[in-house]
Design a protein around this ligand. Structure first.
Ligand code: ADP
Ligand code: ZN
Length: 787
């Protein structure tokens, strides 16, 4: 029923900082159908912009409506499910819908230009004629020895070879190949080359043919019997075989029920073993959304999911938007990881999104961890998630023995001097027995002994030596990269800080420079103090580079690999290091929290935590939780094989409950103490938080705006007592300045999600942010960090 004078219009969401959609007219007949979820090209002022149709309508003819310019895709970019998910995120995180939609699309689909052709062709040389007898060959090729060589190579390769491979890797000139073509022996064909960079990674070794344990069977059965939309928390201790549970469940979902599935992992580069295991079971049905993919590769993977030619998406947080139409399951592995929270707008948490999406699409959600987040644990306790437990290690492994070494008892002399500079003596092998050399840290080569023992207590050193002697592997964790964590002037005490952030600069060696770990600012270390001109500087606080050096000097024959941000810049660098560990080419793997994520190496029998206190005293309510998770997770890398394992935790806070609970493998005990610490003042999961961060380039303006926002919110909340939302602050953020921006924050606290949404939405729309001094206000709902 078309009203007279009405014509077709579409509501379009655009990636603009405005909480509204825009109406455009659909003129003529577009080349492809327009439905909610379809990308459209529309005019915005004088530009063209990609937007997403969120509704189709008929409106009274209005000459001012501008027309849709183009409809580039044959099928909508968003499924009904992913469009709904984005709507939810826009509402919950208080972000314009167009901004969320933009974040959910692969980069190639965010530009006005059409994506590159989906597949590239490559040229292959194909043998078309045989030359059976040797005599015939001699006659044919005569003195063209290279042609004969290539001909025979093609034969042995089964008759087909990539032309690029022939000329680049095998070193034949194009004229040799042309010669074969001219003789009619070979033709050149075009062939479609898949842009799947994982195709070459053979995953056969990852196949697991275990019979599930009773606990695994129970968990699998519970998942198979689950009602659509239900959520589970799989609490399985480290090494309990959670992966096998996921895979058996996914096999049923994908192969027998014919549905699609998503497996979220904290960071894909860090979890090659999990990816390999999934690929070993599902092969080409898996689309791996690796952050190292080129835009084209990413788009191909995305399109294969959209079209259903691939059924399983494996990826980090953004894979929660994977365009799978008929979704049966979402698994969130290591659900406690903070990488699931997006660090920029829209600041969604992929774990919460997974639950919401599963519920809306009738899929089953599984959150797995050995150290569940307090939020998920709380939800399980209150019956929102069903709890499944794997209380024992699968296979031959047993939980490792844990030993705590109190660093205070040994060298309470202030931490972190660079011994080489202080003592002057190079750090070499110490003379004498362990105890002797150690207790005399003030002796002639005391500096050296001191530096070494700061890193390796006698207990840890002994344990390493034993492992090396037995041909077993060890893991050393220090969650701080670089060489020394700060540089301090000996005479005036000044610490060198980043000019743009209120953060001390980390000293790196090889190449030598000072680096800000927040903004990546770099500078050459100056020989003199910038404040007093003093010439003596101390390097304080340990980093992984220094540990590597000290361990290498103590065990010169040991094969050591270091894994941190500085050693893993290449696309496959993580996988390469981990492959070397798997092959036994590495005896000591040293690294930051990167090495704590899900690694499964049966020959690792020792884990040493060099300094458990890193991170424990951060001014963040999650500091203890993070520290416990990290200790517990890295400890879980030991003793996965029949040889058992040992964990050595070095700390100055041996009686802190995060340490004592890690010592006892006591997750439940940790949760009990941690929860009681979040009661007064209340912190999640006992309340909900929105962190309102005010930032700007001028300190005073930033503070003023934060104070004004505080007053504004206080007045608003006083007028709306029923919402039961309160405001805390404002105060400067613990890190007061990042990238030249001053930062203040205030916290909204409340118990009911809808009330929080209402308050946040009202604030976002009504509170005016002046357009000066770079002032900005950002809402971070359910923040994972308050720094
Ligand atoms: P988690 O992720 O729970 O820490 P994994 O899934 O990595 O544990 O499994 C730990 C180890 O136990 C792996 O080497 C795996 O092959 C093995 N495993 C898993 N299930 C079984 C089983 N039912 N029988 C024997 N070994 C198993
Ligand atoms: Zn900086």
């Amino acid at each position: 029923m078309t009203a007279p004078g009405a014509r077709r219009t579409v509501e379009v969401a655009l990636p603009l900082p405005l909480f509204r959609t825009f109406t455009y007219a659909l003129e003529n007949t577009p080349q492809y159908p327009v439905v909610p979820g379809t990308r459209v090209v529309v005019p915005v002022r004088t530009r063209s912009e990609i937007g997403v149709c969120v509704a189709v309508d008929r409106r009274a003819d209005d000459a001012r409506l501008r027309p849709v310019l183009d409809v580039p895709d044959a099928e909508p970019a968003f499924t009904r499910g992913t469009l709904e998910l984005c709507r939810w995120a826009a509402s919950y995180y208080v972000v314009p819908l167009g901004v969320v939609l933009r974040a959910a699309l692969p980069a190639l689909l965010t530009g006005v230009r059409a994506p590159r052709p989906v597949q590239r062709t490559r040229r292959v040389a194909v043998l078309v004629r045989e030359v059976p007898s040797l005599a015939a060959r001699d006659a044919l090729f005569g003195r063209a020895a290279r042609q004969r060589e290539l001909f025979e190579l093609l034969e042995s390769a089964g008759g087909r070879l990539d032309v690029a491979h022939i000329t680049r890797q095998l070193g034949f000139s194009a004229s040799v190949l042309d010669g074969l073509v001219t003789r009619g022996l070979v033709t050149i064909e075009g062939e479609i080359a898949p842009r799947d960079p994982f195709a070459g990674r053979v995953a056969a070794h990852a196949r697991q043919a275990h019979v599930p344990t009773a606990a695994q069977r129970n968990a699998i059965d519970a998942l198979l019997a689950a009602e659509p939309g239900h959520a589970f928390l799989l609490h399985g201790i480290t090494g309990s075989g959670k992966t096998l549970v996921y895979l058996e469940f996914l096999r049923e979902v994908v192969e027998r029920r014919g549905k699609g599935a998503i497996l979220l992992v904290p960071e894909i580069a860090l979890t090659p073993q999990t990816v390999d295991r999934v690929r070993a079971v599902f092969g080409d049905a898996v689309a791996v959304l690796h952050s190292g993919l080129s835009d084209g590769e990413r788009y191909d993977a995305w399109l294969a999911l959209r079209r259903g030619t691939k059924r399983i998406a494996v990826g980090a947080r953004s894979a929660v938007f994977a365009p799978i139409a008929d979704l049966g399951a979402i698994v969130v592995d290591e659900e406690h990881e903070s990488t699931y929270k997006n660090g920029e707008t829209p600041r969604y948490h992929a774990r919460e999104m997974a639950i919401v999406r599963a519920r809306a699409e009738g899929a089953v959600a599984v959150l797995g961890s050995a150290t569940p987040s307090l939020e998920s644990w709380w939800n399980a306790e209150r019956g929102k998630y069903r709890l499944l437990t794997l209380p024992e290690r699968a296979g031959a492994g047993r939980l490792p023995r844990v030993q705590v070494v109190d660093l205070r008892a040994r060298h309470d002399r202030g931490e972190g001097d660079d011994a080489a500079r202080r003592g002057g003596a190079p750090i070499g092998r110490r003379a004498g027995a362990h105890a002797g050399a150690r207790t005399t840290a003030d002796g002639a080569d005391g500096g050296a002994a001191f530096a070494l023992q700061r890193v390796l207590s006698p207990e840890l050193e002994q344990a390493l030596e034993t492992r090396l002697g037995r041909g077993e592997q060890s893991i050393l964790l220090l969650n701080r990269r670089g060489y020394a964590s700060f540089v301090q002037c000996e005479s005036c005490g000044t610490v060198q800080v980043c000019p743009d952030c209120s953060i001390s600069l980390t000293y790196h060696r090889a190449p030598e420079r000072l680096v800000c770990h927040y903004c990546l600012h770099e500078e050459l270390p100056s020989r003199t103090c910038l404040r007093c001109g003093g010439t003596a500087v101390r390097h304080r606080g340990l980093g992984t580079q220094q540990v590597e050096r000290l361990v290498a000097e103590r065990f010169p024959a040991a094969r050591i690999a270091r894994m941190d941000v500085d050693t893993t810049s290449g696309k496959w660098a993580h996988a390469d290091i981990l492959d070397r560990v798997a092959r036994g080419d590495v005896e000591i793997l040293l690294g930051t929290q990167m090495i704590a994520k899900g690694l499964d190496f049966p020959n690792v029998t020792l884990v040493g935590i060099i300094d458990a206190d890193v991170g424990m005293n951060l001014p963040d309510f999650r500091a203890a939780e993070r520290s416990f998770q990290l200790m517990h997770q890295v400890a879980g890398r030991a003793g996965r094989g029949p040889k058992g394992g040992l964990v050595v935790i070095q700390t100055r806070m041996p009686s802190h409950y995060a340490v004592t609970c890690a010592l006892a493998h006591d997750y439940a005990g940790f949760v009990r103490q941690e929860l009681s610490g979040r009661r007064d003042p209340r912190y999640p999961p006992l309340t909900r938080l929105i962190n309102v961060v005010v930032s700007g380039t001028i300190e005073e303006e930033t503070a003023d705006l934060a104070l004004h926002a505080g007053d504004w919110l206080t007045r608003l909340l006083a007028a709306r007592p029923d919402e039961r939302v309160s405001v805390v602050g404002p105060a400067p953020c613990p890190i007061e300045r990042i990238q030249r921006r001053w930062r203040w924050h205030l916290l909204l606290k409340g118990e009911r999600a809808e009330a929080m949404t209402r308050v946040a939405r009202y604030f976002s729309r009504r509170f005016e942010v002046p357009t000066r001094a770079g002032l900005r206000v950002v809402l971070d709902r359910d923040p994972v960090s308050l720094l």
